[in-house]
Design a protein around this ligand. Structure first.
Ligand code: ADP
Ligand code: MG
Length: 289
């Protein structure tokens, strides 16, 4: 049976907003060497706003993107749909929509053409290419730390959009506390582009990051990092990595599948609570031994 000291540590953690689903998760957290963080929705708030649209017909590009993104629950998708609504645009009629985690979304227009919205990898998969101006816009967005969405029909790019996110308040301090609490390797794992990852990593004070990861790449990275590994994430794309990690930690503002795949839930989505939970786990382990 579970030692009383473990139960009381779990109760104390729960009072502080860190919900352990099992005492095994508490035990595993005590030994963690590496904590891997997803970027969007984990280090950032995932309250994204559209900042820029580069297109010959901005309204048409945004209406097309919104028609697709209506069918996605990605934070980027919400920003696109909200921006189109605010501008009074009618989203394009898209059927057969399919969300592709780590890539974007694809669907079909009334005329039967294939439409898509997502990242460079998806664009290439669709056989499309950027113009010089679109490529320059994309690079500039990356340097600013903004994520981007490319939208197109078939092999033609209709537009490039920038979406800006904001860091979670206190995230830099939360990471510092984890490091001083004995976590040797804090690292960011993101599906976003290298330049965006680099900018955000510098802002939160992380020297180690891996970018342009598909969901399956995140899983592989978890296996390659110095263990035991805890993974903190929010998205559908993070769920396999959360399940693979020695301790999967979901933020409560995340998707249901992330929360279901995790061993621990941060109830107020407050990463500042992780340091305290780590201390509780280590103290409990020492007492049990
Ligand atoms: P992160 O690991 O930072 O949380 P994701 O794995 O969720 O990011 O997404 C990786 C990348 O895939 C995003 O940065 C974006 O370029 C693209 N992407 C995923 N879903 C969408 C979507 N619905 N619309 C546009 N782009 C998307
Ligand atoms: Mg995320």
């Amino acid at each position: 049976s579970t030692p009383a000291v473990m139960l009381s540590a779990m109760a104390a953690a729960a009072r502080s907003g860190v919900l352990f689903k099992s005492s095994a998760a508490l035990g595993a957290l005590a030994h963690v060497q590496t904590v891997a963080f997803d970027k969007t929705g984990t280090l950032t708030q995932a309250r994204m706003t559209l900042t820029q649209t580069v297109a010959d017909d901005q309204g048409a590009a945004l209406a097309l993107a919104a028609g697709l993104e209506r069918h996605s629950e990605h934070p980027i998708a919400h920003a696109i749909v909200r921006a189109a609504t605010e501008r009074g645009l009618t989203p394009a009629a898209v059927t057969d929509a399919q969300a592709l985690p780590g890539l974007g979304i694809v669907g079909r227009l009334p005329g039967g053409e294939r439409a898509w919205a997502g990242n460079l990898r998806l664009m290439k998969q669709e056989g499309a290419a950027l113009s010089l101006a679109q490529d320059a816009a994309l690079r500039q967005l990356g340097r600013q730390g903004s994520s981007s969405v490319i939208v197109g029909i078939g092999a033609r790019v209709s537009g490039v959009m920038g979406v800006a996110d904001t860091l979670r308040p206190g995230i830099r301090e939360a990471l510092e506390r984890l490091r001083s609490g004995g976590v040797r390797h804090p690292v960011m794992l993101t599906g976003d582009k290298y330049e965006v990852a680099q900018t955000v990593a510098a802002q939160v004070g992380l020297s180690d990051f891996h970018a342009e990861l598909r969901p399956e790449d995140k899983v592989r990275m978890i296996g390659e990092l110095p263990g035991p590994v805890a993974m903190v994430g929010d998205g559908v794309n993070d769920a396999p990595a959360l399940a693979r990690a020695d301790v999967g930690i979901a933020v409560a503002s995340g998707t249901d599948v992330a929360i279901e795949s995790a061993d621990v839930v941060l109830m107020q989505s407050d990463l500042g609570k992780l340091g305290g939970a780590l201390r509780l786990a280590r103290d409990a382990r020492r007492t049990v031994k």
